[in-house]
Design a protein around this ligand. Structure first.
Ligand code: FAD
Length: 340
């Protein structure tokens, strides 16, 4: 570390998560939130900055500037080429010990969840994991991080009063994706030496065995979702047909996951995923609040339900009152005719 840091300016940091040079969009969502938190704190006086670990990732700094970072700490080293907990955590922790950010935000992705807990342990600070909302407590002027607790029955707002940085992981898609500034937005790149050798690391990644294809429900543009009204696991076949025609992904309510009809990564809602698609078709879904919190921000919601009083119609932009076993095959038939 070459610079003597100016610790006078409070800093909010966002970890930029990338895989093979592709940034996870939650990083940009967090930069948008960091800008909002900075202005809630004290306007221009708080710096919004990004921490970018990896190898061959310098070009991504330009993107971070477009989403509002004024400085990017570039942690580039061959040992960071593929994600491993220890070198990533050591790199970010040492940086935080030098520059002492007030707040450190990380996406609640698989990588982020793994990394954030180690960083919090190394820095001996508190971490509020899997948050759904971030604000500044107006009285104490510190981070108020809200997350579901007791199995989702309560929302808890957690403050980290005594330790720094105040750390939080936030679920993808809970926060809006901010508008990017035009290309050419600039800032400062601070390249930081990691000072770690491969031989010092206890874990080596020998090869990557690809697992099941990852379901990117959070960033799907079209989602065809079903609930108990499907009547049984066979009903999912109908949803899949419609989703395939629309280039979408199938999602479900929690009872379907609990019943073992489909895996949990398809669940939308308070204890599932948060989505913001352009089109969300809700078939045989009553619209319980625990489901609505996960999909209420969709651009266009089309509800299909045989009960005209179903609460889902209160938030749907378009509604069809009818039996989904008749409505969906008809939709499929019409779409196929259009395409023929
Ligand atoms: P139901 O409420 O039973 O609704 C079925 C609907 O289908 C009804 O409106 C009915 O009119 C309609 N229907 C029936 N047959 C047909 C047909 N042939 N054609 C058309 N319509 C038909 N739920 C989630 O989804 N996600 C969560 O993350 C989640 N987290 C939870 C966390 C907690 C702590 C708790 C307590 C609950 C949670 N739930 C969650 C469950 C939630 O409260 C509801 O029970 C659930 O969302 C209801 O699912 P559903 O709409 O599929 O079923």
């Amino acid at each position: 570390m070459t610079e003597t840091p100016d610790l006078g300016a409070p800093r909010i940091w966002v970890l930029i998560e990338q895989d093979a040079g592709q940034v996870h969009p939650v990083s940009w969502e967090l930069l948008g939130a960091a800008r909002r938190l900075a202005s809630e704190l004290d306007g221009e006086a708080t710096c919004v900055e990004a921490v970018l670990p990896g190898y061959g990732v310098r070009h991504l700094a330009a993107e971070a500037f477009r989403y509002g970072a004024s400085r990017v700490y570039l942690l580039e080293d061959p040992v960071l080429a593929l994600y491993r907990n220890l070198p990533y955590a050591l790199g970010v922790s040492r940086l935080a010990q030098t520059y002492r950010p007030e707040i450190l935000l990380i996406g609640a992705t698989t990588l982020g969840r793994d990394l954030a807990s180690t960083i919090a342990t190394q820095l001996e600070t508190g971490l509020t994991a899997d948050c759904t909302e971030l604000t500044i407590d107006p009285k104490l002027r510190i981070l108020a991080a809200t997350r579901p607790t007791f199995g989702g029955n309560l929302m808890a707002t957690i403050l980290c009063r005594k330790h720094r940085p105040q750390m939080a992981t936030v679920r993808p898609r809970v926060l809006p994706l901010p508008e990017a500034l035009p290309r050419g937005a600039t800032g400062e790149i601070l390249a930081v030496e990691l000072d770690l050798r491969e031989a010092d690391l206890p874990v080596r990644r020998l090869r990557l065995i690809p697992g099941a294809e990852r379901l990117n429900l959070e960033h799907a543009q079209v989602i065809v979702a079903g609930g108990r009204g499907l009547g049984g696991p066979d009903g999912l076949t109908l949803l899949r047909q419609l989703a395939d025609l629309l280039g979408g992904i199938v999602a479900v309510t929690r009872p379907l996951v609990d019943a073992g009809w489909i895996s949990a990564d398809h669940q939308v809602g308070q204890t599932g995923k948060t989505v913001r698609p352009k089109l969300y078709i809700a078939a045989g879904i009553s619209g319980a609040v625990q489901h609505r919190v996960g999909m209420g921000d969709a651009n266009l919601i089309l509800a299909i339900n045989r009960d005209p009083e179903a609460p889902i119609f209160q938030i749907a932009h378009l509604g069809i009152v009818g039996d989904l076993h008749e409505v969906i095959p008809e939709l499929i038939r019409q779409l196929q005719t259009l395409r023929a």
